[in-house]
Ligand binder design. Structure first.
Ligand code: MG
Length: 326
């Protein structure tokens, strides 16, 4: 049984547009963080969330979620391959469907799902990101990951290929569980400990908790669009006393008490891009070209070149050293 639900979205302090999109249509909840030049990111995340809402499917649980996400992928891919203005666009997607006592999830990209249960918070999804790949293989520490300049490079997205590989899993829900779906505009700016303490402090007012999260992300710089969807497992009484769906539906902009940059002040930010995980091995440095084309520098070749230079220098130093010894 679904209790209180709430959602908040905010452009943040550095971006002119909000490319995040979300769904709260109980029992379906979702978040999508679009990417692509010009307005393409908005198109991608919107196409994906509309597809989730519209698509009918006979299946249930994880099968249902895979059907929904594949349909969303097809729509974004079809559009980007036929409309040159949106070529190369994509979006993350994190979907939850509540069925009886279970919550089924589907996930692509670096948006996240968390479960807050008995005052502890657990990340349920695994980021499909370059930084996470480097973390998993021990090439980066947690601290390095938090400030890595290529935090926004993702390894999987919706809309970049005709088929997409979807992570799915199911959680056995308990009364009082609070699930959060959030875009990286929150998790890159606010630590998990802070997210948990903000939510716990505002537990009787979930909309208030989400607004406080947006304020925290903006205070920390607000470098990206910030979106959070929350739903609670509870009884009907709780749902009636708390936020109703109608209250939650209009997206609350929480930055009214924050200074928002004007277009002239806005600084260019690093845009999200996709690099398949298998390419990370050989092509570490990725830069976006002037017209959005992805240029790849072959780091390995450069390392070899530097090693050769270092070896030559070492040899020269050795020769000089031996000369002086005589
Ligand atoms: Mg984002």
């Amino acid at each position: 049984m679904i209790g209180r639900v709430a959602a908040v979205t905010d452009p943040g302090r550095r971006r002119r547009r909000n490319e995040d999109s979300y769904v709260i249509e109980p029992p379906l909840f979702a978040i999508a963080d679009g990417m692509g030049g010009a307005q393409a990111g908005e198109v991608a995340s919107r196409l994906a969330t509309v597809a989730l809402k519209e698509s009918g499917t006979e299946a249930s649980g994880e099968e249902r979620i895979i059907d929904l996400i594949q349909e969303a992928n097809r729509r974004v891919y079809d559009r980007s391959s036929t409309d040159p203005n949106t070529s190369g666009m994509g979006t993350t997607i994190t979907v939850a469907v509540v069925e009886d006592e279970r919550v089924a999830f589907g996930h692509v990209g670096d948006s996240r799902a968390y479960l807050i249960r008995e005052a502890t918070m657990e990340q349920l999804t695994e980021d499909h990101s370059l930084v996470n790949e480097l973390l998993k293989t021990g090439r980066l520490s947690r601290e390095e990951a938090e400030t890595h300049p290529q935090r926004s490079v993702i390894t999987r997205a919706l809309g970049t290929d005709p088929d997409v590989d979807v992570d799915t899993f199911t959680i056995a829900a308990r009364e009082g569980d609070l699930f959060l779906l959030c875009s990286d505009g929150l998790t890159d700016m606010v630590s998990e400990d802070s997210i948990l303490s903000v939510v716990e402090r505002n537990r009787d007012d979930i909309s208030g908790a989400l607004r406080a999260l947006v304020r925290a992300a903006n205070k920390a710089g607000g470098e990206d669009n910030i979106t959070v969807v929350a739903f609670e497992i509870g009884d009907e009484a709780l749902a009636r006393d708390g936020d109703t769906l109608e209250q939650a539906r209009p997206a609350v902009t929480a930055s009214d008490d924050e200074v928002t940059l004007t277009e002239a002040d806005a600084v260019p930010t690093v845009d999200t891009m996709v690099v398949p995980a298998e390419e990370i091995q050989t092509e570490l440095l990725v830069e976006e070209g002037e017209n959005g084309a992805i240029r790849r520098r072959h780091l390995r070749r450069r390392i070899v070149a530097w090693l050769v230079v270092l070896l030559l220098l070492a040899a020269a130093a050795l020769v000089l050293y031996l000369r002086f010894l005589r």
